[in-house]
Write a protein that binds this ligand. Structure first.
Ligand code: HEM
Length: 147
């Protein structure tokens, strides 16, 4: 319950500005794992990562990611209702060439974004609460790789 309060409380302000926060998250992701950039086929010829990140397709994906996080936050009491959706989302990511190991780097980038935007509000328990939720989301997506 404490976890849920921490997540909801921090998402209240972040969730109102999804795209800029998502851009911080993905800038970090591509800094940590530049090869992931190549999986976005709609952007083969933008050399500085920054150019990619401001393209409409990227912003679209960033928005999609933030909406999935938003859905998870709204369903903290019944995350299992998202299981089928997340399994299918996992399948789509397998199809575009993502591998499940990359999700830990995505998680790090999510925490980085939270740290940047929350400042002193980014505490140990808050970090752990987000990590717990993220782990559930990723576990559900990862089932899309099985079989
Ligand atoms: C779709 C890449 C992580 C949510 C896609 C597509 C690509 C992609 C190439 C298809 C093109 C598009 O729709 O823009 C990646 C990469 C990731 C990543 C490289 C990092 C390893 C995530 C995460 C989430 C997410 C963490 C949400 C938790 C979505 C959604 C779609 C999508 C909702 C649309 C699926 C649909 O068409 O039904 N992703 N993605 N992605 N991604 Fe990601």
């Amino acid at each position: 319950e404490k976890d849920k309060e921490l997540i909801r409380g921090s998402w209240e302000s972040l969730g109102k500005n999804k795209v800029p926060h998502g851009v911080v998250m993905f800038s970090r992701l591509f800094e940590l794992e530049p090869a992931l950039l190549n999986l976005f086929h709609y952007n083969t010829n933008c050399s500085p990562t920054q150019d990619c990140l401001s393209s409409p397709e990227f912003l679209d994906h960033v928005t999609k990611v933030m909406l999935v996080i938003d859905a998870a936050v709204s369903h903290l009491d019944d995350l299992h209702t998202l299981e089928d959706f997340l399994l299918n989302l996992g399948k789509k990511h397998q199809a575009v060439g993502v591998n499940t190991q990359s999700f830990s780097v995505v998680g790090e980038s999510l925490l980085y974004m939270l740290q940047c935007s929350l400042g002193h509000g980014y505490t140990g328990p808050l970090r752990q609460a987000w990590l717990n939720m993220y782990t559930i989301v990723v576990a559900a997506m990862s089932r899309g790789w099985a079989k």
